[in-house]
Design a protein around this ligand. Structure first.
Ligand SMILES: CC(C)(COP(=O)(O)OP(=O)(O)OC[C@H]1O[C@@H](n2cnc3c(N)ncnc32)[C@H](O)[C@@H]1OP(=O)(O)O)[C@@H](O)C(=O)NCCC(=O)NCCS
Length: 158
């Protein structure tokens, strides 16, 4: 059974998961120790993580890093991690959960939109060699631009 809990150990232990979520070691170094981390455990093994970081705006948090071990993907763990992060933010009276991901990665864009996130803006040329990213393609699309998505935690009642 997969359980989701806060992680209190050294972030080094999660290096492989951080690397799965972000191709730039430079970028990871800048944020790895920020915020709080939820982990998905199956028995003693950690199979996924979600790093939750407050932004400079009150009531707003960001999913800074999220990954599920490749051999355990597609079984609902990523969804559980995001749903728990959203529940935590709601309990703490948060209003918005943000995430940024690659425009090229349409499966990840699908994943977040299935969870209720909506696209809010695009930043071009974030994933550059200067920022530590390889010149690569995802499903035939150059890895280049970044999409910001947001989940409203207290949608207005109709
Ligand atoms: C993105 C990621 C965290 C999703 O975790 P997961 O445990 O595989 O996802 P889940 O099994 O919870 O899937 C939830 C939904 O998203 C869909 N989904 C997940 N990954 C998908 C993929 N690669 N392609 C298409 N759909 C996908 C699932 O089909 C499911 O949809 P459903 O509700 O219609 O069944 C995981 O694939 C991953 O670690 N990817 C590599 C790292 C990464 O890209 N991180 C995000 C960077 S911001």
């Amino acid at each position: 059974m997969v359980t989701i809990d806060w992680f209190h150990g050294p972030r080094d232990t999660l290096a492989e998961l951080f690397e799965l979520a972000d191709d730039s070691a430079t970028a990871i170094r800048a944020y790895r120790d920020l915020g709080r981390v939820l982990v998905a455990r199956d028995g003693p093994s950690i199979i996924g993580h979600l790093q939750l970081v407050e932004t400079e705006h009150p009531g707003e948090a960001e999913v800074k890093s999220l990954a599920v071990r490749e051999d355990r993907q597609g079984a609902g763990t990523g969804r559980k991690l995001v749903e728990r992060a959203a529940a935590v933010c709601r309990e703490e009276r948060g209003r918005t959960l943000l995430v940024a991901t690659a425009a090229a990665d349409t499966s990840v864009l699908r994943f977040y939109q299935r969870l209720g996130f909506r696209m809010s803006r695009i930043e071009r040329d974030v994933f550059t060699p200067e920022a530590g990213y390889p010149e690569t393609m995802v499903d035939g699309i150059p890895l280049r631009d970044q999409v910001w998505l947001s989940l409203s935690l207290h949608p207005p009642r109709h």
